[in-house]
Each structure stands twice: as C-alpha cells, then as structure tokens.
Design a protein around this ligand. Sequence first.
Ligand code: ADE
Length: 233
Amino acid sequence: MSWRASVITLFPDVFPGPLGASVIGRGLETGAWSLDTHFLRDYAHDKHRTVDDTPAGGGAGMVLKPDILAAAIDDVAPADDPRPKLVMSPRGVPLTQKRVRELASGPGAVVVCGRFEGIDQRVIDARGLEEVSIGDYVLAGGEVAAMVLLEAVVRLLPGVLGAQESHEDESFEAGLLEYPHYTRPQVFEDREIPAVLTSGDHGKVERWRRSQAEALTAARRPDLWAEFKREKP
Ligand code: ADE
C-alpha cells in the first residue's frame, strides 16, 4: 500500500494543481503515493448545501459547521483508519521537517482544508484533529497550505526523488540552513566561484560548507542556531 493522502475541501478542483507536476506528479502516476479529494459540500444536508454558520457569541466571518465536517471525516476515514487527521490552520503547530519526516514514515494523512473564520472547536476535539500551520501569515484557505505539506512529505517517499538526490545535505536535516551553491561559468559578472570549491580538497570543501551553513543559520535563523548549539555544543 502506498502513502495515501485524502483531502477534504470546498475547492477539490484545485487539486492536484502543482502536486501533479515534476517528481511529485510522477510519484502520483507511478503509485508512490495516492491522492483522493472530497468535496465538503457533498456532506451538507439542506437544499442550499450549507457548510458554515455565524459564530456563536457574535463577531465577523463564518464558522464551518461541526456536523458537516464530522460526516465528511467519518466517511473518508472510518474509526479504524490509522492515518493522522490534520487540519490546516494559522492557529496550528508550525510545520517542521521533523513532523514532515514522521508523516512520510506513516501510512498517509487525512487533510482538512479550512476556509472562513474557523472550524467549530467541537469537531477538532471530537475527531482528534491535529492543527497544522505552514507559517505566521494568513492564507485565504487551507488548500495551498495542504499542498505545501503534501509536497514536503511526498518528496521524502521512497522512489519519488532519484537515488542520487540525498536528503542529508538539505536545509534542516542537520539542524542548519544549507550552504551556498555554485556552478559554471567560473566567472559570472566579475564574481568568481570561491577558490576552495575548485581546489579538489574534499576535506577543505566540507569544512568550508559547514562554516558557511553555520554562519548563515546564525545570521538568518537565531532560533535554529540556538537549538543547534544546545544539541551540539
Ligand atoms: N490557512 C490559512 N492560513 C494558514 C496557514 N498559515 N497555515 C495553514 N493553514 C492556513
């Protein structure tokens, strides 16, 4: 059984979108992963197919109704479905490469895309939904966020990236941002490739890349740098 993504959304037509391109799309064709989308409105029970209502306590915007979303989740993922159930939300726990790796090592994920002001808290609690954020900014809905999460996971699945692409050197894998890259031409607009990279001394290249990665992380991401120093003092 391949890694299975089930997405619950009000905009099923936007999938697979970018997930149908390049190596991620090829993985879909070759069966390294599968994607099924479920239109939330299909689970509404009135003639207007209503999925939202005004917030209890007043205020702006609309809230996704718990009964409709619960019906969708129960249909897509019955109680014995082992996959984690995620809901994309700016209130969620920030997504990290660590969580991405964990998800990739499991059987798949059920991903709910929010819209409107929010989702009734009772369905989040009752179905044990894990709220996931892709960053500290607000999107119009969870669809693009779901695609970000799925792309990050799927590229780690066996058979998706070619054998020569290793994940070891990537940003975050060692707790550091990645070192800078160069390729020919040797001189570009008066800028040379750093001499160490063409020296042929692999040990020197390794040490240079490491020091570049550390300096970049310290400058750009003091949070990651502090964590790195804590783990490898
Ligand atoms: N939906 C709206 N904004 C979001 C964000 N930052 N992360 C995940 N889902 C979202």
